[in-house]
Structures are given as C-alpha cells and as structure tokens.
Write a protein that binds this ligand. Structure first.
Ligand code: GLC
Length: 660
C-alpha cells in the first residue's frame, strides 16, 4: 500500500463519519428549484445546487474512504483530463490528475507502434500511482479500432457498421477494439457516436450508425456492451475491457445546414424540441445508459436554440443524470467549455459547465500563457472557495470518477492500469483482421444493378467474368479507404498503415477464380475487358473539415473524369461503381454512366472484404442504407418531405439477383 494512502486511511475514519453525516444533512435539505415537479425536462436549473436525485454515492467503503481523505486540490485533480501533448507524467503526478487523453494523431515521440503507446501509458501510470495510488483513466478516440496506432486492426467506420445492422458483430468489434486499446495502456474509448445525421453536409455523418434512432440504439448499446465486457467477457474489472463513451450529447446531427458544432434551430424549451428530444435524440442514449450501462457520456459542441450543451444544466443534470438515471462520468468535448455562450471569462465558463453537470474536463492547448488544464483546475478550486461551485457538486463528480475506477478494479489493484502486454500478441493480428474483413463484406450495400442479355444480372455474372480492370482514386490506397481518424486526426491518402487495399483483394480473389484483374487508376486502359470496377469516393476528413456545401457533395473531379472516360472509350463495357464515401453524394450524372453501384463506406484496413462479395459466386450482398439518399444535395432539406427528391430511400439494399 502506498505511504500516502496509508496516511490517508488513518485520517479517513473520522472524516468518513463527518462526510457521511454531512451528505445526509445535505440530502435532507430540499433542493432549491423553482418547479421541481419531477418532470426531468423542467426548465434549466436556475441555482447550482444539484437535485439530490442526480448525485451518486460511493459504491463501497473503499471509494467513500478515499473521497473523505482527499483535499479539494486532490478532488479537482481527478476532474481534469489533459492531453499527453501538454502534460508530463511528473506533472500528472504532482497535480493528482485523474485522467489523460491522447487526441487524434497524438502518437508518442518514440514512435507509433503499439509498444511505443504502451511504454508511454505506463510512464504516466507509474508516476501517478506512485504519488497518489489512484490510477489514471486514459482516453483515446478508438472510433474504428485503435485507429491512431500503426498496424492496428482498422474496422469499417460506423456508417458501414450501420449498414450491416448486425448487433452481435458490432459487439464483437467493441470487444476487440477494447483489447487492442488495453494492450497499449489506454482504458477508455471515446466511442460510439450516437448522433442521428439528417443532413449529409455534416462532416461527421460517417461516424454515426445512421439516421434512425432505433438502429443507433441497438448498435450503440451493442458496441458499449462489447467494449465494457472485453474480449474475455470479464467485464469492466477485467484486463481487456475499456469504458465506452456515448457521444456527443445531444443534437449534433440536426444542426442547421449540418454545420458541425452548429446550432439546432429550435428553442430548447419548445414543445417541438422536446418532442424530437424524447422521440428520437434520447432513444440511443436511453439504450446506452439503461441497457448497456455506459460509463461515460461526452457533451456535444453544438448549441440548441443558441444555448451550448456544455453549459446547459437542464440537459446534463435533469435530462441525462436525473431523467435517464446516468451514474457515470459526464465529460466535456475537447475544450468544449470554451464555446459556452455569453460574456464570461474562462473561469466563469468552467464554473458554468461544472454546475451544469460536467464531471470531467477535457482540456488541452493553452489559456493565455499556461496550459489550459492548469487554468481549468484553478478555476474549479477558486469556484468552490468563492461559493460559485458547490462542494457537493465536486464531490458528486469525483465520486462518479472514483466509482468508475473502482468498477474497473483500478483502486483495489492499481497494477491493472498498466498496459496489458499479453494482449500485444493479438494487436492487429489475423483473428482481429478476419472480423474486420467480415464487417466490410457485411456492410457492402448494392444500390444499383442491371440485368444481362442471358437473363442474369451484372453482379451475378461478375465473379465469372474473365478479365476485369479496376480504376478510381480509392482503388489501391489504404488511407483513402480508411477515412478520417486514421493514424492522424484527419487521416490521409497513401500507404499509411498495414492491411489490404480494395484492389489487392480483388486481384487475389480474381486469381483464385481464374480471373485477370488489372489496375489502371485513371481508367486509361486499352485491351479487352469484360467489366470495369471504379472505386471512388471521398478523401479522408474528420469533424468540421468534412463539412461541405451542397454543391461540394460530389465525387472528386478526377473520378468523375475517369468514369466518363471509360464510358466514352468503352461504350458497352459494364461499369461497377464502388463508393468509398462516408455519406450520400450527388451521383445522378454518374448513375447514367454506370451499370451497378455499391455503397462501401470507409472499409478500413481490410479492403479485401470488398472482393469477398463482388467476386464470390457464393456470397451475396446483405447491407442496407442507413440514411435517406437525395437525388441532389441541394434538396437535402426536402428529402424527408418530398419522396420525389429521394434517389435511394432509407433501407435500400439489393441482392445480386435484383435489378433497378
Ligand atoms: C474531438 C471530437 C471528439 C473527440 C475529442 C477527443 O474534438 O469532437 O469526438 O473524442 O475531440 O479527440
């Protein structure tokens, strides 16, 4: 037992009885609230006293004793989540930090292998455990596998998983991702995204499962269960699980014009918003909290009727904590506090967020000349000392954090917090990649197919065609097929990690079928072929970098040119267009030039999964669209009103024998 903890335990006994009696006294006092009628959606709480019903209690004596022994500074340290780019292991120990994150692309200086990540994580844990005895929660954006790390298994993005509709598969993916995350010493994944994208101008459409609340609820809960159970199924206290994050709470997919971090153009207290909130937006979160017991919820950057979620007490305390009964950690998004509206300085914004119900502050970069986490930490300490933040609010936040750490076994056995080196052997291994490959195959969605002269169809005949040429800017590029959040925050084209490209998979499958499969990205091929497969889509992007105007929602010009060129030089050659895109694009012109269309989303590292369906006589398509695909992105606003503006309805998905 560490010296510091031993001293604490001696002191804690008396403090514990004082703390317990104080909380009883606190709980006995009726909470100040204008109209506490039990309706979870009453107007934003005016005072910062938290309704007792939303406060959690220590899950056992271990947590209670620890809390009672902590100073204000110790407690506030637990509420901070700086990025490894702006805090050293020594600082994390000195300031009793409770959590760290490594944001998109924050690879260790030593290199980007799983071992590099594990060594860095262990250096932070060693420093902090030695000083405080309380291990760190270490968060990463493992949104399609442990995607920051080289040679990790990269699963298809959530848009693909939505198209599979397969909860068991998604649960397995959550478990495998947790295993690869724990191998590197992280233990918290900032996923799944539960937004319901209704406007594909939004750059994060592909991070969600789709527009339907029930589908998002089913798959989100499955992912969370898988992640928090771990591959061994041991549960949160196991050594291969990771706490999951239901994000971003709430309304991100219905902002005006799909603007990321934008505004939902409805009054927060209006009947219209409450209806959408209850009937759609909350549905996936209710499943995440009440069915899957998600241990963290990340607040959304967007505002609702001009009120930023990060400062909305009714939303975070009454709707989430009280209404859904959420007992885990509410974490801000990355510097999300900065966006809280009003003429407030940083300390006032921090106080507003904590009073609104934020428990953990994800804070990075700088506030003035000092790291933001130092300013945020001081703001909470000063807020409590000035009375702007109730001590009970801090105690509730820290109790939530300590409860989760205890559920993970980290308080009883801090050694669990270190990287699980045994799991490194499966990191990016064949077994994991096989599951990713299966997910790719199941996600493929056939949108267009045509009949052939012999009474068959193009997609039925493709596996027996002798000579196939493959073109398109995404045909042979693992970076392009993986999308954003891959090695770096934005992702990038190129040979950026290990796996198989879509072309490599087609060539290998073709060889086994006795087919010749050649590559000519720009489509300038000569010679006779039986069919062309053009793999085209979007270049990688993440978050607001993916926001588009309606006119920009098209294929890249070079791919448009490739399709036109092939059609012009080979007027009768069957063309199969495989789309590697995170969302519906305006493809009306290309639709006239091609004979079949497959929505392949962003497949990730196992591109060979595409060939498993396209060039197999034994395997059919099983995917279905999870958004409503407009004929023209300029009509997005009408796609739910006027069916004539819809190219492919929600749920579209042909099998090879079907034509349209
Ligand atoms: C980003 C994203 C969020 C992510 C966080 C940490 O801005 O909005 O989804 O988990 O920051 O990288």
């Amino acid at each position: 037992m560490h010296n510091r903890i031993r001293r604490r335990n001696a002191v804690a006994t008396t403090l514990l009885s004082m703390a317990i009696s104080a909380s009883l006294v606190f709980a006995a006092v009726p909470m100040a609230s204008a109209n506490d009628d039990g309706n979870p959606h009453r107007k934003p709480a005016s005072s910062h006293t938290e309704p007792a019903a939303t406060m959690v209690t220590a899950r056992n004596d271990r947590v209670a004793r620890l809390l009672a022994s902590m100073s204000l500074e110790d407690k506030v340290g637990q509420m901070m989540q700086p990025d490894t780019r702006h805090i050293t292991p020594q600082q994390a120990a000195e300031y009793h930090i409770g959590s760290i994150l490594s944001g998109g692309g924050a690879a260790p200086e030593s290199g980007n292998s799983a071992s590099d990540w594990a060594n860095r994580a262990d250096s932070y844990q060693h420093a902090v455990i030695n000083e405080t005895g309380i291990p760190l929660l270490y968060g990463v954006d493992a949104v399609h596998g442990h995607n920051n790390v080289a040679d990790a298994t990269l699963f298809p993005h959530n848009v693909n998983l939505g198209q599979t509709g397969n909860a068991e598969l998604v649960k397995q993916i959550g478990a495998i991702t947790a295993s690869e995350v724990r191998a590197t010493g992280s233990n918290w994944v900032f996923t799944p995204t539960l937004g319901l994208p209704k406007n594909e101008r939004w750059g994060r459409t592909y991070e969600a499962y789709g527009e339907n609340a029930d589908l998002s609820a089913k798959l989100g809960a499955a992912y969370i269960e898988g992640s928090q159970a771990g591959e061994s199924g041991s549960g949160l206290a196991g050594s291969d699980s990771a706490i999951a994050t239901a994000k971003h709470f709430i309304g991100e997919g219905i902002t005006k014009d799909g603007v990321n971090q934008g505004d939902v153009p409805l009054d927060y207290n209006s009947e219209a918003f409450r209806k959408i909130l209850d009937s759609e937006l909350l549905v996936p979160y209710r499943a995440a909290v009440q069915d899957a017991n998600v241990r963290s919820v990340m607040v959304s950057y967007n505002s609702i009727g001009g009120v930023k979620c990060h400062g909305n007490a009714d939303l975070l305390t009454n709707v989430l904590k009280r209404g859904l009964g959420f007992t885990g950690i509410v974490i801000t998004d990355y510097n999300g506090i900065d966006q809280i509206e009003g003429n407030l300085n940083y300390a006032q914004k921090v106080a507003k967020a904590v009073n609104a119900g934020v428990d953990m502050l994800m804070v990075d970069e700088h506030e003035g000349t000092q790291p933001k986490w130092i300013a945020a930490r001081q703001a909470v300490i000063d807020g409590v000392n000035s009375g702007d933040i109730a001590m009970a609010r801090v105690d509730d936040a820290v109790t939530r954090i300590l409860n989760v750490k205890d559920e993970m076994g980290l308080l009883e056995n801090p050694q669990l917090a270190y990287s699980n080196k045994e799991l490194l052997a499966q990191f990016g291994g064949e077994a994991h990649r096989a599951v990713a490959r299966e997910a790719v195959a199941q996600s493929l969605t056939l949108l267009k197919n045509r009949s052939t002269d012999d009474g068959s169809t193009l997609m039925n005949d493709l596996p027996s065609m002798k000579r196939i040429v493959v073109a398109g800017s995404s045909a042979n590029d693992i970076g392009m097929q993986s999308g954003g959040w891959t090695i770096t925050w934005q992702g990038s084209a190129g040979d950026i990690t290990s796996g198989t490209t879509i072309y490599e998979g087609l060539k290998t499958a073709g060889k086994e079928n006795g087919q010749t499969v050649d590559l000519k990205e720009d489509g300038s091929f000569t010679g006779n072929y039986d069919a062309a497969i053009v793999v085209a889509g979007e270049s990688p992007y993440a978050e607001y970098a993916g926001d588009r105007t309606a006119d920009q929602l098209t294929l890249q010009q070079k791919d448009i040119n490739t399709i036109s060129s092939i059609r012009k030089t080979h007027p009768n050659l069957p063309i199969v267009l495989v789309l590697t895109t995170g969302r519906a694009l305006t493809i009306t012109d290309q639709l006239k030039q091609v004979d079949a269309v497959v929505m392949a989303g962003f497949p990730g590292s196992e591109g060979e999964g595409v060939a498993d369906v396209l060039l197999s006589a034994d395997r059919d398509f099983s995917g279905h669209l999870t958004t409503t695909w407009p004929k023209d992105a300029n009509n997005i606003a009408k796609k739910y009103i006027d069916p004539n503006t819809v190219l492919f309805p929600y749920g579209t998905g042909l099998v090879k024998s079907q034509v349209n």
